[in-house]
Design a protein around this ligand. Sequence first.
Ligand code: FMN
Length: 149
Amino acid sequence: MKTLIIYYSGSGNTKRGAEKIHHEVKNSDLVEIKVPAGTFSADMYETNDIFKEQIETNQLPQINLPKVDFEQYDLILIGSPVWSGMPASPIKSFLNELQRVNYSGNVASFFTDVGQDGNYDQTFKTWGKNLNIIGTRRDSSKISEWIEK
Ligand SMILES: Cc1cc2nc3c(=O)[nH]c(=O)nc-3n(C[C@H](O)[C@H](O)[C@H](O)COP(=O)(O)O)c2cc1C
């Protein structure tokens, strides 16, 4: 089984989790989703306002991805911070891209937060409604056990 671990991280927590999972999961590749400088703010409250506006208006952030043939992966594991009880907006951009290319493999997600995951799971499933989503989990612990089953 081949796995792509792909993540967006604003301040490094999700990045660290993704790197840990990458070391544990055999036959996995690791890719970071980046946004242009200035998309968000260093201030989390400002970022939260920008985020909410993006979601309300569906003006999603541009994402910079390396050229990846998604179809070579059996599973794409998407890492995100929780923002306002939801996945971060670059994840919505990425889920749109996966649906645009009709990715047919399995999709899962892990998230990092400070304890309030709100509607993360439901929102992820709604944003990726045309994908085969196998589930979402908190943090990087036990993720390799979960996805390798
Ligand atoms: C804009 C913004 C909104 C956030 N909203 C939540 C939230 O609703 N619930 C929560 O538990 N943590 C929230 N957090 C905290 C982050 O989810 C947490 O610090 C996460 O680990 C950050 O990951 P990162 O370092 O990969 O960006 C928020 C952080 C930011 C910047």
